[in-house]
Design a protein around this ligand. Structure first.
Ligand code: CP
Ligand code: NVA
Length: 306
């Protein structure tokens, strides 16, 4: 199988990632100017969602329509995947009819298993391990507002979850320093930390992570699939709430990002998304533009310099 996949930021070179982000900014400009750009006419994206979604579904579906193609929403509840048809078999059949497949799943192995049998590009729309599409939007947002992130300091405050793991990969690929502040027992997986070496520093104190940072980012304390741990997590994470006061010790031009959905009063204070340093809405919109650039790159070979 020689289709290119995007299961992790590590599947692309740093130059490819920068190219996608630059193109996301261009596509955003085309859309703002009302210029039609439909390179994916007659192309179809299948979207398998094992977990809920607002932004990911909408941005991929709207993105495909805007690029001239279509997207089909597939829920395991209504497909044979949910009744035990092997993922490999699903991959062979689906990829014979589709031009790309986006999967939001629990086990990351579902993505790698599907991709191994897929004739078309497979995109990770979030797994328990990673959320690379969100990082494309986050990096586009930073680039638009502050320029290159290379050499900057980023603070991740809270759970060492799928978003945190993707920030670790982003630190490697976009060349920034990452400080992760999380409670004991909620660190990102060792395999992600190990590949980052001294680009990532683990600390316990959120203030130590945030001090002087150019970007502060967080996420929910209880991710999808962890609902039964919600109560114990709430207690464990309460010192990790991101507040305006925490941003005050960051760099004067710090940006605050949240992939959303947010829980005000938990991982962020009630007022944080109203703070001028917060760019969560811009980030959410950029899911559309960055993923359109990704789709164009993966599905339409004319956009790939190879
Ligand atoms: N940030 C994000 O992926 O949002 P959804 O869960 O709504 O897709
Ligand atoms: N960490 C969160 C991200 C949601 C977009 C989750 O996996 O539920």
């Amino acid at each position: 199988m020689n289709a290119r996949h995007f299961l992790s930021l590590m599947d692309f070179t740093p130059a490819e990632l920068s190219g996608v982000i630059r193109r996301g900014i261009e596509l955003k400009g085309l859309r703002k100017r009302g210029e039609l750009h439909e390179p994916l006419k007659n192309r179809v994206l299948g979207m398998i969602f094992e977990k809920s979604s607002t932004r990911t579904r909408l941005s991929f579906e709207a993105g495909m329509i805007q690029l001239g193609g279509q997207a089909i929403f597939l829920s395991p509840r209504d497909t044979q995947l949910g009744r035990g048809e092997p993922v490999e078999d699903g991959a062979i059949v689906m990829s014979s009819m589709l031009d790309a497949v986006m999967i939001r799943t629990f086990a990351h192995a579902t993505l790698t298993t599907f991709a191994a049998k897929s004739r078309v590009p497979v995109i990770n729309g979030l797994s328990d391990d990673l959320h690379p599409c969100q990082l494309l939007a986050d990096m586009q947002t930073f680039h638009e507002q502050r320029g290159s992130i290379q050499g900057k300091t980023v603070a991740w405050i809270g759970d060492g979850n799928n978003m945190c793991n993707s920030y670790i990969e982003a630190a490697i690929q976009f060349d920034f320093q990452l400080r992760v502040a999380c409670p004991e027992g909620y660190e990102p997986a060792e395999r992600f930390l190990a590949q980052a070496g001294d680009r990532v520093k683990l600390v316990r104190d959120p203030r130590e992570a945030a001090r002087g940072a150019h970007l502060v980012s967080t996420d929910v304390w209880t991710s999808m699939g962890q609902e039964e741990q919600a109560e114990q997590r709430l207690a464990r994470f309460s010192p990790y709430q991101v507040t305006r006061e925490l941003l005050d010790i960051a760099a004067p031009d710090v940006l605050f990002m949240h992939c959303l959905p947010a829980h005000r009063g938990e991982e962020i204070s009630h007022d944080l998304l109203d703070d001028p340093r917060a760019v969560a809405w811009e980030q959410a919109e950029n899911r559309l533009h960055a993923q359109k650039a990704l789709l164009e790159y993966l599905v339409e070979p004319a956009y790939r310099a190879e």
